[in-house]
Design a protein around this ligand. Sequence first.
Ligand SMILES: Cc1cc2nc3c(=O)[nH]c(=O)nc-3n(C[C@H](O)[C@H](O)[C@H](O)COP(=O)(O)O)c2cc1C
Length: 260
Amino acid sequence: MNPVIELILNRKSVRAYDAREISEQVKDGILKATLRAPTAGNMMLYSIIQVQDQSIKDTLARTCDNQPFIAKAPLVLLFLADYQRWFDYYIVSGVKELCERNRVPMRKPEEGDLFLACCDALIAAQTAVIAAESVGIGSCYIGDIMENYEVHKELFHLPRYVFPICLVCFGYPTQGQKERELTRRFDEKFIVFENQYKRLDRASFEEMYRDLHERTFKDRETLEGARNVGQLNYLRKFSADFSKEMSRSVRAILAAWKED
Ligand SMILES: Cc1cc2nc3c(=O)[nH]c(=O)nc-3n(C[C@H](O)[C@H](O)[C@H](O)COP(=O)(O)O)c2cc1C
């Protein structure tokens, strides 16, 4: 099989790391590859912060929904959707004066710009994940970095037009992680459509979730009061406190982004 596809098919999230450090040379290789990621208009609408300070890693382990493995990761990269750099450059370049000359108001970064910057940052992050995987380094995304905006803003000195979209932990996997089974995915027919979006009906959902239901519920009728995967997911994820905090925090980021 094509070795790149084989690498991708065998990738899994790694949450326990060997004591082995990641050398500067290996890290540089990963970062070089990361910066070659496709980027909207070749603008590189993202920044990356390497979290080296142990006390910051310790804080993140708490503020990102209490995930202690973050503090133990040899390499932690924070990916930021970043319109601040371009906007600062517009100001430095005299765009304000240009707009005055043209008698038009100067536009500020808006929602579309934010989403585009998020695309850039996430594509860069996934490029780092695959580059790391190719040299035997495992990784795990931390979506909870979108929580506790006020703490992270102060911790990393984030300006207004910078959105912390994901954190990624990297490290050589422990033997246990190497041996762990791959997670399963839903069948392609429920995810990949032809030409048009297809909403699923009850029968399709039953088929889609059958395997996961059987593995999760085994011989039990209920789990944590839930009767199926939909109910369990709603309780554990969608209506969990971390999800509510994430929405609160993202609203705060958006409010700062859109302030007049
Ligand atoms: C956007 C995003 C956020 C994630 N956040 C977390 C997280 O906070 N903690 C964690 O342990 N895993 C996190 N993960 C990893 C997923 O749980 C993992 O990718 C999923 O369970 C599938 O497992 P696999 O990557 O091993 O195939 C995240 C993944 C993504 C893409």
